[in-house]
Design a protein around this ligand. Structure first.
Ligand code: CU
Length: 331
């Protein structure tokens, strides 16, 4: 509380100074520094389109990341039968019937994100809905494995939801270890660097910088209403995190690269995989990063893959020798 009091006092001081400096007639002066301080305080003020003041309103009060539940607030994600090569699903509403009314968010009514449980194979696609509420898309499930499928949507008149369901694609599974953390990656000739280390429990700024052949890319194209779309998945349970772009094309301050800035909320320390979709030259590409939230100064050099089951669970049953011994039976 002392800090808050000090900050408030500081903000008032600034307002007073600015008010004095701007002098007579500059009535906009006092408002700006106060808003600025509030932004620094939470890192988030005014950025959340659905803010309820906590910055965590998207899960309906439960302070959980998205995508962990197949059913939430009366809405359920149900895969349905589809022809080979297609993936189809419905969202059923509180009345049990498929939902057909959706709000547009990030340019689309439905965002379908998939990744294998080992965090490989990420795809972000946009299905088409038929009038009965069935969504269909060319299957993004590229090969054998257990896939987590996320439906990220806003039901008509409602709040945003991200539901998740596991879908198994049969076949020989080769589990891939999570790549080690790195601050630079290359995709299709583009180099993307990452600055910022998220700290659990608060909003952190992540800045991604795109270049090609050593030249900064300054003409990124809007994709889903932003110059980049970032999804973060937590290793271990594939919690799907809210990552808000800081600024939008046409807002008068956001440039089309080379830097794209996001505000990320990570709920815990540990490893996350980041997937940045960006568009340039009419093509959407995905740059992937492993980060370790809460790690100080890049001291972590490797992230263990998901542990494989080992046989350390229980000591050999000592009672075994007694069982079946003649004369030791129960009367
Ligand atoms: Cu999308």
């Amino acid at each position: 509380m002392n800090t808050a009091t000090k900050l408030s006092g500081f903000a008032l001081g600034l307002a007073a100074v600015f008010g004095a400096a701007y002098g007579v007639g500059q009535v906009t002066g006092p408002g700006a520094p106060a808003a600025e301080t509030r932004h620094d305080d939470t890192g988030h003020a005014g950025e959340t389109p659905h803010g309820d003041g906590t910055g965590h309103g998207d899960t309906g009060g439960a302070d959980l990341p998205g995508g962990l539940l197949v059913s939430e607030r009366g809405h359920t994600l149900r895969p349905v039968a589809a022809p080979a090569g297609q993936f189809a699903f419905q969202i059923t509403g509180p009345d049990g019937a498929p939902v057909t009314a959706y709000e547009v968010a990030h340019d689309k009514r439905m965002h379908l994100i998939v990744a294998r449980r080992d965090l490989s194979g990420f795809r972000h696609v946009h299905p088409e809905m038929s009038s009965d509420g069935t969504w269909r898309v060319d299957s993004p499930l590229a090969g054998p494995g257990v896939w987590r499928v996320f439906a990220d949507f806003t039901p008509g008149g409602g709040e945003p939801l991200t539901l998740g369901v596991d879908v198994t694609v049969p076949g020989a599974l080769a589990e891939r270890p999570l790549p080690a953390p790195a601050t630079s990656t290359t995709v299709d000739g583009y180099t993307v660097t990452l600055a910022g280390t998220p700290q659990p429990g608060r909003t952190s700024e992540l800045t991604l910088t795109v270049s090609r052949d050593g030249v900064p890319v300054t003409d990124l194209e809007p994709y889903l209403g932003a110059y980049g779309h970032l999804v973060a998945l937590r290793q271990g349970d594939l919690a799907y995190l809210h990552v808000h772009p800081d600024g939008a094309p046409g807002d008068g301050r956001t440039k089309p690269g080379p830097e794209v800035t996001f505000l990320a909320e990570v709920p815990s320390a540990g490893a996350y995989r980041l997937y940045l979709d960006f568009q340039h030259g009419g093509v959407v590409r995905t740059a992937e990063f492993t980060i370790v939230a809460g790690a100080a100064g890049g001291t972590v050099t490797a992230v263990p893959a998901a542990p494989t089951p080992t046989s350390t669970s229980a000591p050999a049953p000592t009672g075994g020798a007694d069982h079946g011994v003649p004369g030791h039976g129960h009367d």
